[in-house]
Design a binder for this molecule. Structure first.
Ligand code: DQA
Length: 155
C-alpha cells in the first residue's frame, strides 16, 4: 500500500461567496484568494499526512450532497474529517445541520473572521451544535490550524 493510499482525506468545503476571497471585503477577509487558501491547505495536509479534497460552492444543495459523499467516505474508514466554512449558510441552513447530523462525520466549523465581533445575525450558527470543534477569527491561516486540529483529533 502506498503512503497516498494510507492517507485519510481531509475534505475542505467552502460555501457561498468564498470564491470572491481576495477582492471581497479585504478589511474583513484579507487579501488572499481561494486559490491561495487551497495552496495553504495542501501544505498543511502534506505536513500532517492527509489527502486534501478542497471544494467551493455557492449552492446549498451541492454542499449537502458533498456532506453525504463525506458520510460515505467516513463509513468506508477513508475520511479524517470535514472542515466546513459554510459562509452565510452557517446562519440559515437547517439542511446543512441535518446533513452533518445524519452522516456522523467529524466536522470542524471554520470562519475566517471572528463572527462574534460582527453583526448579531452572524452570532447564531446552525453548524456549531453538530460540529466537533469551532474555529473563527484567525484569518485564512485558520484553515491550516484547522487541518492541524483535524490531524490531532484522529491521532
Ligand atoms: C464567514 C463568516 C460568515 O458570517 C459570512 O457570511 C461568510 C464568511 C467567515 O469565513 O468569516 O461568508 O464564514
Amino acid at each position: 500500500m502506498t503512503a497516498q493510499e494510507m492517507n485519510k482525506t481531509a475534505l475542505i468545503l467552502n460555501g457561498p461567496n468564498l470564491n470572491l476571497l481576495g477582492t471581497r471585503e479585504p478589511a474583513v477577509y484579507g487579501a488572499h484568494t481561494l486559490a491561495d487558501v487551497e495552496a495553504l491547505c495542501a501544505k498543511a495536509c502534506a505536513t500532517h499526512g492527509l489527502t486534501l479534497d478542497f471544494r467551493q460552492s455557492n449552492h446549498e444543495g451541492e454542499l449537502v450532497d458533498w456532506l453525504h459523499e463525506a458520510g460515505g467516505l467516513h463509513a468506508a474508514g477513508k475520511l479524517a474529517g470535514v472542515i466546513l466554512n459554510a459562509g452565510a449558510y452557517t446562519h440559515t441552513s437547517v439542511a446543512l445541520h441535518d446533513a452533518i447530523k445524519g452522516t456522523g462525520i467529524t466536522l470542524i466549523e471554520l470562519h475566517i473572521s471572528n463572527v462574534f465581533a460582527r453583526e448579531a445575525f452572524r452570532h447564531h450558527s446552525y453548524i456549531s451544535p453538530v460540529a466537533k470543534a469551532v474555529m473563527c477569527g484567525f484569518g485564512v491561516n485558520g484553515y491550516a490550524l484547522a487541518v492541524a486540529g483535524l490531524a490531532q483529533l484522529q491521532a
